[in-house]
Structures are given as C-alpha cells and as structure tokens.
Write a protein that binds this ligand. Structure first.
Ligand code: PLP
Length: 388
C-alpha cells in the first residue's frame, strides 16, 4: 500500500522498542514504562460502574460532560485562584490528545515549537505531525536540568509559535522553580509566544510545597494552555481522560477538531474522572503515598551504587541517571542490562540528543520489585566493571 508522507515521518521510539524487547523475558523487572502498576482507587472504579449501569454509555458533548468540566474549573479556582468557565475547558482522551489538539490549534506549517530537553519524545512527534518544527533547548545536570534563559532566548526566532513546558518533568523528575517559569512567561509575552504547559505529574510530588503552575501567573490565560490528566494522579492511564484549559477561542478550535477526530473522551471514564476530581486530595494522596514509599526505597537502593550519579527525585516516578562512570553509554547499558540481568530501563538518547550517557528508570513497580531490580543492576555494574 502506498502510505502517505505523514505516515512515514514518525519512527517507533527507542522506549517502545525496549518495552517490547523486555516482554520477551518472563522474569523481567521492567522499569521502562510510566504507568503506575497500582489499581485505580475503588471509589473511582465504582463511579464508572454506576455510570455504565445507568446507561451513561453514549457520546458526550464534544467538550466533555458538564459536571466534570465544572469540577475541574472549581479545583483550578481553589488551587490557583484563577477562573476558567465551562467552555474554557475541554475533556480529552488523556493528556496526549489534549496536547495534540492544542498543537493543531496553534501551530501552522513551518512554525517552530521550543521543547526543553531532555524531553518526552511524543512532543517532537506531535509537532512534526502538525507540520511544525521542533526546536530543542538542552539542559544539563550541572544546572539541575533547568534550561538556561540565555539558551531559550537564543532559540526564539520570528517563527516561534509555542514553548512546551513540562514540570514536574519526564524524564528528570525536576520541578521548575516559580522564578524560572516567570522568566519564560515574560519572554513568551514579549514575543507573543503561546505556552503549552503539561502538568500531568503535578500531584506526584514528594516536597511539602506544591509545584508552581503556569496558570498562577496574572493575565496568562490568553497566552497559555494548561494540560493535565487523570492518568498519573489517580492511576488511571487506561481510562484515557485528560483535559486542556485555555482561552475560549483556542478551546473552541480544539473542540472542532475533537468533533472530527474522536467526538469525545470515553463517557464512563469521564464519570470516573468526575469522582476522582471531586475528591482530588483524597485520591491523589492515596496514589502519591504509594509513590513516596517507592521513591524512598528506590533512592535507598540506588544510592548504594557508587558508580551512578543520581539527583534526588522530588516528583514523578522517574530518575534520569548518568551511567558514564560504568564505562558504558546509556544505550549499551540498557541493552546489556536487559540481556544479562533481565532489567529494562530506557537509554537517555530516547529523550534527546546529548543524553547518550543517561538512562531513565521508572520506579512504577512495587517495593520488592524495585529492590530486586536495583540489586540486579548493581550486580551488573560490578561484573561489567570487573571485566574491564
Ligand atoms: N505528558 C507526559 C510528560 C507524559 O510522560 C505522558 C505519559 O507518559 C503524558 C503526557 C500522557 O498522559 P496521558 O496518559 O494522560 O495521555
């Protein structure tokens, strides 16, 4: 079959390749995927069950069910003192669709979209699918994986339309400081650049203070689209519910795309999401408590390995680790670790050029598996370093 040009521009990601390869081993400890292995809280499951029993099994409005949008708007108001009306929020098929629709609504062919590296590869692919050009601004461990403002300034051209921000960040786990966000917003305002802020890891945090959100800044609505989802906060990845909040005009454009793409997010899942966001603190604390314990076990085990350079992880369930002291680059490290010890991690190169010495570990597994996996990883490093 003759495929379109579009069909050929996206290649399978290294992350996916590793994930598929890992499935070939039945005793594998799979640290590749950002999908919490814990069940969705029962109250949320029950809400979906009730919805299905009560016949909520049809299409919803393109924007999503009213009560869910209203509940999200109320939470935003409570948390950030920022007002969004019902038609300034669209419910989507996960954050992924929200991101994609946002880019479709803002990026024209040839426009440039700035992405801070290391980054979640889907951003780049989505930008390309929209006909845009991804412009990558690197950050390094020396500066805590926070991009330098000078580098952001240098990356801006007349064609820059969007800056994508992802804090807390996949793959580094870093939370951007308010002062950094402020500088980016100032730049964006000055140059009429739109900010798309992906905050899907906002509630997986291990600090006392909540991360700053883009919408906390005054007069931001016209310039920014907030993206969030139920996936990580409530262990609901498979339910596929996310949302975007923004100015009426952009949300309307996204709604028109939605009419022609998927019509709406799955209706029973939207009712489950309504239960989740109506008791946001209760459910997200439940999930976050599990991850805090996992983070502690992970840090305790990984810190025993002297040849790895680790940043303390204050958010998300990811750790981005420099493995260069082992004498291997991230790719070799990942493939050999899988082959020899049946532990799967993702090479840093999957998150952008310049991160060849890194691997990303997702501690989405239970504490026992984390201990086993990191012990195997330690043995692997010992053996490899001995034979060198
Ligand atoms: N944004 C980031 C940074 C992610 O890492 C992921 C998934 O791993 C998503 C968005 C997708 O979230 P959702 O499941 O809501 O589509």
């Amino acid at each position: 079959m003759q495929l379109s040009k579009l069909a050929k521009i996206i290649e399978p990601t290294i992350a996916r390749k590793l994930f598929m390869l890992a499935r070939e081993y039945d005793d594998v400890i799979n640290f590749t995927i950002g999908d919490p292995d814990i069940p969705t809280p029962t109250g949320i499951v029950d809400a979906a069950y009730e919805a299905i029993k009560n016949g909520r099994t049809h299409y919803s409005a393109n924007l999503g069910i009213d009560q869910l949008r209203r509940a999200i708007a109320e939470n935003i108001k409570k948390e950030h003192d920022c007002s969004y009306s019902d038609d300034e929020i669209i419910i989507t098929i996960g954050a992924m669709e929200a991101l994609y629709l946002s880019l479709m609504a803002t990026v024209d062919s040839g426009d440039e979209v700035i992405i801070f590296a290391p980054y979640w590869k889907n951003y780049e692919n989505m930008v390309r699918l929209c006909g845009g050009k991804a412009v990558i601004v690197k950050s390094c461990q020396k500066y805590g994986f926070i991009p330098q403002i000078k580098d952001v300034e240098n990356a801006i051209t007349d064609k820059t339309r969007v800056i994508i921000i992802n804090s807390p960040n996949n793959p580094t786990g870093v939370i951007y400081e308010k002062s950094f966000l402020f500088r980016i917003i100032e730049l964006a305002k000055e140059k009429s650049i739109i900010i798309i802020s992906d905050e899907v890891y906002r509630s997986i945090i291990f600090t006392d203070e909540a991360p700053s959100s883009i919408i906390e800044f005054p007069d931001i609505k016209k310039n920014a689209i907030l993206i969030n989802s139920m996936s990580k906060a409530f262990a609901m990845t498979g339910w596929r519910v996310g949302y975007a909040a923004g100015d009426k005009e952009v949300i309307k454009a996204m709604m028109v795309f939605q009419q022609n793409m998927a019509n709406c997010a799955p209706t029973p899942s939207q009712y489950a999401a309504f239960e989740a966001v109506s008791h946001l603190k209760k459910y997200s604390n439940e999930v976050c408590t599990v991850f805090r314990k996992r983070r502690d076990v992970f840090m305790e085990e990984i810190n025993k390995i002297s040849k790895l350079s680790i940043q303390k992880c204050n958010a998300t369930f990811y750790s981005f680790i420099d493995v260069s002291e082992t004498g291997m680059d991230g790719e070799r490290f990942a493939y050999e670790l899988l082959e020899k010890e049946h532990v799967a991690v993702i090479p840093g190169i999957a998150f952008g050029k310049g991160y060849e010495n890194y691997v990303r570990i997702a501690f989405t597994l239970d504490e026992e598996k984390i201990r086993i996996g990191i012990n195997r990883l330690a043995e692997f490093i010992d053996k490899e370093c001995e034979t060198r």
